[in-house]
Each structure stands twice: as structure tokens, then as C-alpha cells.
Design a protein around this ligand. Structure first.
Ligand SMILES: *Cc1c(COP(=O)(O)O)cnc(C)c1O
Length: 338
């Protein structure tokens, strides 16, 4: 697949401070008998970093080009995307409306008051809530209803959609990230990434394919099971390929997703995730978040154990950030034996 310049056709707001570091994890490399590297997208800048900064560069670029003055976005109560969007909006002189969905059952008080919820309060964003956590079309429709009200008040709203029926502009940020990673280190065997909406997974896979990089891209399911995620990734890659005007077939063949670390489901901390989070902190002094990056590391450990990642392999773990959520998950992390 040849590199193409279509990426430059999309307007982009500058939110990143530069390429993120790629660091070798010496202690874990020795322990796991692999050559393990960490791509520090927890350090993308803009309010505690994370993968959404890269995605928002393209959404906000589009919003600015359309002359928007208000960003509307939906997500889980501890969503990093809504917090990052509110920061990006503030930086670019826009207002934001954040809709929080009930996506994770049976959580304690901190989940609703600390972490990203606290940060969004400080950012002064307008809040809405949505009673369902698995109704992407309904959540988007509720945002549009609010956007219509704002229009009648003379505002210029811009909706960042959750559903799959819209161009995946955010994934373009990870096409850039794939190219950035390849330039930092072209010769690795595999990269392990979280697979949620699929923007990160799909974008990185595409960016690496455009560089003719032969590495495997292992997607770790953080939101839905393997079968459902596989189906979703096919659609994401098709839509991304359409945006870039490239062939989706070659990209879709490269989808590999694993869901061992997922149960009991999205946003729920299980024992393997908790122990992966602590292992990273205690071995390398690096924090992971309980919803995404610790589950992804747990997925990597299971790929090593199952022999999919072999001794001596050079492997990159993508750290997608999400650290404020640690404080929303205080109970889940403290009341554990390990
Ligand atoms: C949103 C998020 C993800 C999932 O990324 P997608 O692009 O939605 O698949 C992973 N990690 C963190 C920290 C996130 O906030």
C-alpha cells in the first residue's frame, strides 16, 4: 500500500505538542523475555493527555472550519473523550456540552464526582445525562436535539458523533500516530492497542499499513466481545478507507481482536486488570488507567502467556492515557487483596 497525501486535505487543530515518547520498559522486558516498548500517548498534552487529543485535532479542525462556537459530545460518566473535548473547546475559545451516559452499573459515589467528572466541572462545561449506555443512535439524537435548541438561540453547534454512521474523523489522528510510531522505530513485531470505538485501533492499523509496516496490530477488546468488535472494526476500516480514498480490503484482513481481559464488561475492573495495573506501576513506575490501558496490558500479558507473542519479540504497548479515571475508581482499586 502506498503512502498517500490525502491526510493533509483534512483540517486539523493543533492540540498536540509534538510526537509522544517511545520508551523501552527494561524491567518488564527482562521479566517477560520480550523486547517491550511503551508508546506514551498518555503524554499527548492537553489536560492529562490520552488518545482523544489526537482524535480531537481532526474533529476540532473540522468544527473550526465550519465556524462552530459550541462542541457537543456524549460518553460514559468517566469518559476521557468528553473531558478532553471540553479542554480542547476551551483552548479554541468554544463552549462545550457534555452528555454523560449510564454505561457502567453499580458504581460508588467517587465514580460520579471525582476523576473526569471533577475536571469537566472545573472546565465549566454544560452537562446533560442519558439513561442508557448502549444506545449510540439515541445518545446522538439527544445531542442533536440540544444542538437544534442552540441554533435557535443563535449558536453554531458542532456534534461529535458516537454512532458508526458518520465519517470517523478521529481515526485520522491515529493514522498520523501510526506513521509517527513507524518513523520512531520501524522494526517491531507487534503493537498492542485498546479497541473500543475502534478509532485508535483502526487508525493505527491504517497508518502502519500506509508505511508498508508488516507488524501485527493486536486489538484488545475493552467495550464489546471479540465477535462484535471484529464486525465493528470492519465498518470503521471501511469508513476510514473511504475518507482516505484507499482500499479497505487489505486493511480488514489485518484485524485481530482478543477479549480475554474484558469480562464482566466495559468499565468494570476485574482481577487481571487490577493486577496488570499494579504490575506496571510497581515494575516500571508508570500508571495505567483501570478502564482501557490496564486492560490492554492485561491483554498483552495473556498474549505472551498464550504464545501469540513469542520470546524475543519486539512489542509496542500503546498507552492511551485515561489517568484521571483512576480517582473515579478509587473503591475498585483500593478494596482489593493484591
Ligand atoms: C477512549 C479511550 C480508549 C478507546 O479508544 P477508541 O479510539 O475509542 O477505541 C482507550 N483508552 C483510553 C484511555 C480512552 O480514553
Amino acid at each position: 500500500m502506498t503512502r498517500n497525501n490525502n491526510l493533509h486535505r483534512f483540517p486539523r487543530a493543533k492540540l498536540m505538542s509534538g510526537p509522544t515518547p517511545l520508551e523501552r520498559l527494561d524491567n518488564l522486558s527482562a521479566e517477560l523475555d520480550i523486547d517491550l516498548w511503551l508508546k506514551r500517548d498518555d503524554l499527548t498534552g492537553l489536560s492529562f493527555g490520552g488518545n482523544k487529543t489526537r482524535q480531537l485535532e481532526f474533529y476540532l479542525g473540522d468544527a473550526c472550519q465550519q465556524g462552530a462556537d459550541t462542541i457537543l459530545i456524549t460518553g460514559a460518566v468517566q469518559s476521557n473523550f468528553v473531558r478532553s473535548a471540553a479542554s480542547a473547546a476551551a483552548k479554541l475559545g468554544m463552549q462545550s456540552v457534555l452528555q454523560l451516559e449510564e454505561r457502567v452499573p453499580e458504581m460508588g459515589a467517587e465514580y460520579y464526582s471525582s476523576g473526569n467528572v471533577l475536571l469537566a466541572q472545573i472546565l465549566g462545561a454544560e452537562h446533560m445525562s442519558y439513561p442508557e449506555g448502549e444506545d449510540e443512535a439515541g445518545a446522538d439524537a439527544a445531542l442533536h436535539a440540544r444542538a437544534d435548541e442552540l441554533k435557535t438561540e443563535g449558536h453554531k453547534p458542532y456534534v461529535i458523533h458516537l454512532g458508526l454512521g458518520h465519517p470517523p474523523l478521529g481515526a485520522l489522528g491515529y493514522v498520523v500516530a501510526g506513521q509517527e510510531l513507524y518513523q520512531q522505530m520501524p522494526d517491531f513485531d507487534a503493537v498492542v492497542v485498546p479497541s473500543g470505538s475502534g478509532a485508535t485501533h483502526g487508525g493505527l492499523l491504517t497508518g502502519l499499513a500506509l508505511e508498508d509496516c508488516a507488524a501485527s496490530v493486536f486489538g484488545i477488546c475493552v467495550r464489546r466481545d471479540r465477535e462484535k468488535q471484529q464486525t465493528r472494526m470492519k465498518i470503521v476500516l471501511q469508513k476510514l478507507a473511504d475518507l482516505l480514498n484507499i482500499d479497505a480490503g487489505l486493511l480488514q484482513e489485518k484485524i485481530e481482536v482478543f477479549d480475554d481481559a474484558l469480562p464482566p464488561g466495559y468499565g468494570k475492573v476485574n482481577e487481571v486488570t487490577r493486577s496488570a495495573l499494579k504490575k506496571m506501576a510497581r515494575t516500571e513506575g508508570v500508571f495505567l488507567d483501570p478502564v482501557y490501558s490496564a486492560k490492554t496490558f492485561a491483554g498483552l500479558l495473556s498474549l505472551v502467556e498464550g504464545g501469540k507473542i513469542k520470546p524475543g519479540d519486539r512489542v509496542v504497548l500503546l498507552h492511551t492515557g485515561g489517568l484521571p479515571a483512576l480517582f473515579g475508581y478509587q473503591n475498585e482499586l483500593m478494596n482489593s487483596p493484591t
